[in-house]
Design a protein around this ligand. Structure first.
Ligand code: ADP
Length: 396
């Protein structure tokens, strides 16, 4: 069994705290991805798991063993990194089997393991190729096969696909998912690529400034982000965030006439409280299409500013009317700007006046510290559920 646990792991470098009191509990067989912006501590977290770095404080467990003070070779792990280093003078067979030969495995066992590993990464028939006769993706698969033959309890993969072109990356993504299914091992994966994190992982751990922000299945991070950081980091383009305050009958924005009607008491909110409203571009609708949603806000008067046709959808940057009038849109920041995603066959033009509504069942509210208060602002006033419980009416 290869459960991986980090308990209160902190890693300090002089004045930098690279990892700050990290607690992670990864189950045997899980595929967990660490995501976050550059410098947030992903690699350092991986290094504390692999043993390449000793934590300043805290405990690392693999299986039921405390491995905090064990060297990498005694931890039952295999690593695959972004910069693969195959031995250029060795063919594929020799590269894959290198570690086993070093450990004096029997020839028959080496052959069997190499064959199995080559099959998993679909390199059968290429065992006598030299690295310079292979594509980037094939070389990366050799590196993965080299990790597989060691039959590790845990795979640690740090940006293993980062150097591949986009098409190959997508292909390798599927291969890694297949590999995970076939091997029944724990995989801990690092990437800054959201699509990779969202598509492959059982859970993603979102890090910022060395601190764990949320660990949850990808769609839960997307639909129920724990805080503003996760809300705006997960999802591309980002969630719209609209600063404002709680009123006696809901929310009103500081800029741009955005309102949402709800009973503040139902969410434990007090009028006058500063909050940030979050709404994803796909949850903004032109009022003509309002039939599509059960719980629209009141219409918001906007003008389409810039259109970005993406092929499968169009992103429309909307400027709210009062901002145009007051000119309160500041350079570099965009309070009051709302990004909307619409169907590719939409006939919206730049500079068009548009009334839009937001889907209240998909709105998010965050407090002054950025922590999520609720996801979904649909509630029957009579129910008066406290503490931000979402009650979605009907089956929308
Ligand atoms: P990520 O992998 O998310 O980009 P890292 O774990 O590499 O982040 O780095 C986290 C922070 O720790 C960064 O501020 C980085 O500069 C710092 N850091 C990492 N390794 C060292 C080191 N060996 N010495 C000093 N600072 C380091």
């Amino acid at each position: 069994m290869a459960r991986v646990q980090l308990e209160g792991v902190t890693k300090r470098y002089e004045d930098v705290t690279a990892v700050d009191d990290m607690n992670l509990d990864i189950n045997h067989g899980e595929f967990v991805t660490l995501v976050g912006p550059s410098g947030c501590g992903k690699s350092t977290t991986m290094e504390t798991i692999s043993g390449l770095t000793m934590p300043t404080e805290g405990t690392v467990r693999i299986g039921d063993r405390d491995v905090t003070n064990l060297p990498p070779k005694d931890r039952g792990i295999s690593m695959v990194f972004q910069n693969i280093a195959l031995f250029p003078h060795m063919d594929v067979y020799e590269n894959i089997s290198f570690g086993l030969r070093l450990r004096n495995y029997e020839k028959d066992e080496i052959d069997e393991r190499v064959e199995e590993a080559a099959e998993v990464v679909e390199l059968e028939g290429m065992l006598d190729r030299m690295p310079d006769e292979m594509s980037g993706g094939q070389r990366q698969r050799v590196a993965i096969a080299r990790a597989i033959v060691r039959d590790p309890d845990v795979f640690l993969m740090d940006e293993p696909l980062a150097n591949l072109d986009a098409k190959l990356r997508v292909h390798m993504r599927t291969q890694l998912q297949r590999l995970h299914r076939e091997l029944d091992t724990t995989i801990i994966y690092v990437t800054h690529n959201q699509a990779e994190a969202m598509t492959m992982s059982d859970r993603i751990a979102v890090l910022n400034a060395g601190q764990l922000q949320q660990i949850a299945p990808p769609l839960e991070c997307y639909n129920e982000p724990a805080n503003l950081f996760v809300a705006t980091f997960i999802g591309s383009p980002s969630m719209n965030t609209i600063e404002g305050e709680v009123t006696s009958d809901g929310f009103t924005s500081n800029y741009g006439n955005v309102t949402a009607d709800f009973d503040p008491a139902a969410f434990g909110l007090n009028p006058g409280q500063s909050v940030t409203l979050g709404v994803r571009p796909e949850d903004v609708y032109v009022t003509d299409l309002v039939d599509e949603i059960a719980h629209p806000t009141k219409p918001i008067a906007t003008r389409s500013d810039v259109l970005e046709p993406m092929g499968d959808e169009i992103f429309v940057y909307l400027v709210t009317e009062d901002i145009e009038e007051t000119g309160s849109m500041e350079e570099g920041s965009d309070p009051g700007e709302i990004l909307m995603s619409v169907d590719p066959d939409s006939d919206i033009q730049e500079g068009q006046d548009l009334d839009v509504v937001l889907d209240r069942s998909k709105l998010h509210l965050f407090d002054e510290d950025g922590d999520a208060i609720t996801h979904g602002l649909v509630q029957t006033p009579s129910a008066g559920a406290a503490g931000g419980t979402e009650e979605v009416e009907g089956d929308d």
